[in-house]
Design a protein around this ligand. Structure first.
Ligand SMILES: [Mg+2]
Length: 337
């Protein structure tokens, strides 16, 4: 059944990238040199971290450098010219993101497997992602994809690039998809009933609520990684935010005074994650040592048990001088010693 679907976040982001990236980049560099106080950038050395960590990452333009939706639209759908016109309509507010997205996805006439051939040629994974994700697995850090795209596409791409065994460790929070009988017509199953289709901020809030009820109010530290327009709302929900350098999310953070950590590749994020985890370990060790010291101190301060027998030292001479059979001379010597 023909359908409507959603463009990935890059549908909007690409417009900005193509039309405004030069402006954004120059503005960012200038700001980094002169205008942006460093305090607006999260200083991980000073960040109060005492929790487990959970990671949410955007997909298009973040884990992969290109946009999965664009590859499909350009090769098997409305084509690049129409896609740019639609992006323009979103930017000008003529039509909503969801409405335009439905036209883009509805223009496809290809099965997922045939469409994947084009994606296999066009997509490029972030050069540091594999190493980063292996580090997450090794250190039991949950890593989740949170995307405005379609789950079947994202899973197919991750299975191919990471292998199914590694891919299955990643939960994908995205819109669903329905296909016609011949598999060539696409329709979106929206995650949220609003103009965004998938409100990433709402998804993170949902996670916090679920985690809070499962963990007696304790919620892990939420790390968010993104690059563009679809990440703007989610940026405010993160405890620690990573924004790809030179793109819309970084600019938005600067404009709105939202603390963030800029990155070029996932290897940058891995290094910071190592610091966070190390700091957590050190904190746990310190807390354990402090507990032990406090316990030892408490035991030292415990009052002596009450002695019911006559104290020997204080009353010795008065009570038992004769019994002790000690001469007065010796007693005087002992007292003065
Ligand atoms: Mg993106």
């Amino acid at each position: 059944m023909p359908g409507a679907t959603i463009p990935t976040s890059r549908s909007v982001e690409s417009f900005i990238n193509e039309k405004e990236q030069a402006i954004v980049s120059s503005k960012t560099v200038k700001c980094a040199e002169t205008t942006i106080p460093l305090t607006k950038r999260t200083n991980l050395d000073e960040f109060p971290i005492n929790k487990e960590v959970v990671i949410f990452s955007d997909f298009d333009g973040t884990i992969f450098m290109q946009d999965t939706g664009h590859v499909l639209f350009d090769n098997h759908g409305c084509g690049p010219t129409r896609r740019e016109e639609l992006d323009e309509q979103i930017k000008n507010g003529i039509r909503s993101f969801r409405e335009v997205s439905e036209e883009m996805w509805g223009s496809l006439d290809v099965t997922l497997e045939d469409g994947f051939v084009a994606m296999e040629k066009a997509l490029e994974i972030d050069s540091g992602f594999n190493e980063f994700h292996e580090y997450c697995l090794k250190n039991n850090v949950p890593f989740n994809v949170i995307s405005a795209g379609l789950e079947p596409i994202l899973r197919r791409v991750l299975d191919h690039w990471l292998g199914e065994r590694q891919s299955k460790n990643i939960d994908i929070i995205a819109n669903g998809a329905k296909f016609s009988n011949n598999g060539k017509a696409w329709a979106v199953e929206w995650r949220h009933d609003n103009e965004l289709g998938h409100d990433k901020a709402a998804s993170i809030q949902e996670y916090r609520q679920a985690a809070s009820s499962e963990m007696d109010g304790s919620v892990p530290l939420v790390v968010f990684i993104g690059d563009g327009v679809s990440d703007l709302a989610a940026a405010r929900e993160a405890d620690i935010l990573f924004a790809r350098k030179g793109l819309r999310l970084e600019e938005y953070c600067i404009e709105n005074n939202i603390p963030f950590v800029p990155y070029d590749s996932f290897l940058d994020i891995k290094r910071d994650l190592q610091r966070i985890i190390k700091e957590n370990e050190n904190r746990e060790i310190r807390e354990e040592e402090e507990k032990k010291e406090a316990k030892a101190l408490k035991e030292e301060r415990k009052p002596e048990p009450t002695v019911t027998a006559t104290p020997v030292n204080s009353n010795f001479w008065d009570v038992t001088p004769k019994d002790k059979n000690v001469s007065t001379e010796v007693r005087s010597y002992s007292v003065c010693a």
